[in-house]
Every structure is written in C-alpha cells, then in structure tokens.
Design a binder for this molecule. Sequence first.
Ligand code: SF4
Length: 350
Amino acid sequence: MASKNRISVGGVEIGGGAPISVQTMTNTKTEDVRATLSQIERAKIAGCDLIRISCPSQEATGVLREILAQSMMPIIADIHFDYRRAIEAIEAGVHGIRINPGNIGSIGLQEIVKALDGTDCILRIGVNSGSIERDILERYGEPTAEALAESAELNCRKLEDLGFARLKVSVKSSNVRTAVSAYRMLSQRIDYPLHVGITEAGTSFPGTIKSAIGIGSLLMDGIGDTIRVSLSGDIVEEVKVGRQILKSLGLLMGCIDIVSCPTCARALIDVISLSTALEEYCENIRSNIKISILGCVVNGPGEAIHSDIGIFGFKKGLAKIYVNGKEVGIVEEHSLLKMVKEIVVDRKSE
Ligand code: SF4
C-alpha cells in the first residue's frame, strides 16, 4: 500500500500521500558539467521532478557542487562499491544518495549514516536482482521476489538500528513479474516510500511496455511513491513515458489528456494528423484539459460531451467542436488545429 512515511528530497515530497514524482538519470560523464546540466534541463522541461547522477569517481563527486549550484532539480547521487564517494557527495550538498547495499558493505553503511547526520539528505536503498547479499541468494537459489524483498527489509532494519529513517526503497528486477511481486511483498512489510521501476527494461518500444505493465500494475494497487522508467535511449523519453503512465492512471495533475480514435472507413476528418500535431503542441503545456478527437458521429458526440474540448467529424472535411460539453461551432478541417490551439491557450489562462 502507499507508504505511510513521507520524506522531502530537496523540496520534492515523496510518500505519505504526496503526488507521485517522476525521476530519471543522466547518462553523460558527470564531470562534463555542461553536458550534464544540459541533460538536467531537458529532463526538467519534459516534466521530470528529480534527477539522479552517477558518481563512480572523485572526478564525478568533485563537480557536484558546481552542478548543484545550477541544477533545475534536486539531485540524487548514485553510488556503488565505494562509500567514500557517498561521503563526498553528501559533503557537496546533494539531496539524496542512492546506494546498493549489496555492494557497499556494513562498514560503508555505517560511515554513510555518520555523514548523513545533521543533513537533510535522504538515502535510497536500491536492491537489484543482480546484487542481492550472498547468504540470501544462497537460501533462495536465485534472485526471487522473496529474496529481493528480504534483502530490502533487512537493510531497512540495519539502518533503523543505526538510528536512520530518512529512507526510500526500491527492489528492481528486469523481470516484470518478479519486480511486481517483490514490491507487493515489501509494501506489506515497511512504511518507507517506495521508488518503483523495472530495471534494464530495454530499448524504447519493449522498455515502455514492460515499464507500463510493471509500474502501472503497482500504481493500480496503490504501491509506489516515485517512479523511474529505465530505457536504453534518451532520458527525455524516460520522463515522457513515466508521465504518460501516471497520466493514464489519472495520477498526474497539470497535463493535457488527448483521447483519439484509431480511425476507420467512417472517418470524416484526419484524426491521426490532428491528434499527432496537437500532442506535440501540448507536450510542455501544464494544464488539466481533456481533448477528444474522433473521426465521426459514432462515438464523437458521446466523448465530446465529457471532454473539455471535443472534436468529431460531422461531414466530409467538417468537424463539430464542443467546449465544456456544449457545441460551439462547425469548423473546416484545415482550420481545426489553429482553432483548437487557441482554445487550449484560452483555457490555460483561465
Ligand atoms: S469514431 Fe468513427 S471514425 Fe473513429 S474509429 Fe470509431 S467509427 Fe471509426
């Protein structure tokens, strides 16, 4: 179930009923400050809330102050193997640290908790099926959902014993069923916010589907407080897919929802061109508007009545337009895009 605890990551609230946030991760060389900041900016414009940056070296942690000073979003440092990188990142002022307990060790964990003392920086325990503790793995034989959940719970308890509770947790697997089962189990056992995702989901097309099924299933159960879609591709794509998953479940405020039909022999207007052009136009507009675009009167009027802006083919090349469920006119197809854009702008400024 949705976490009971709430944390703040540089002002972005996570858990305890806060809006579900979208994250991504830069894939530049972190020390290339200009390229890293440019990716952060692109992700922010696409609607990202939090950004994670990999810190594999002192060169990487060495530029964090400079990046933090100019970043448009709170920053989470991604740390593996060497706890000293985490300490450097905390000293630089990052808003969160993500560690994989399977490769950081008990001493490392203790040192990180010491460094976190007196800061607002949060910690994510990111358990992955590729790095579960050896004894747990031996007991289960393979990285099962039980093994993932047990590893995550064990590390939460270790941190509680060290007196640290500013936590969020993830149990990612590239196997959708394993990941979903692991999160379901874990959500029954801990109250910390859950960072939800399907790891190494693949390239854009299969990765989008895997992520939508995995993240979507969990969100429909009320599980998940922040999400990251992992794609072998452009990070902006990850943000767009993440937002679309939230949008599809009615969990994203400030977005334009376009409903359009697949078209068929009955279509009287070019639904595909119009909806594609509108989607591009509306991409970065933050407003709660539902637009329906349908090819004919079979389903057009019914959808239009329940949309903020409704359009449907009425005669060949002609469309009826509805605003707030009421008919406002008949428009020639070539003027539709311009007219709908104007209505969107009007609605946005209301
Ligand atoms: S709304 Fe009309 S044009 Fe669109 S798919 Fe349905 S029947 Fe075909």
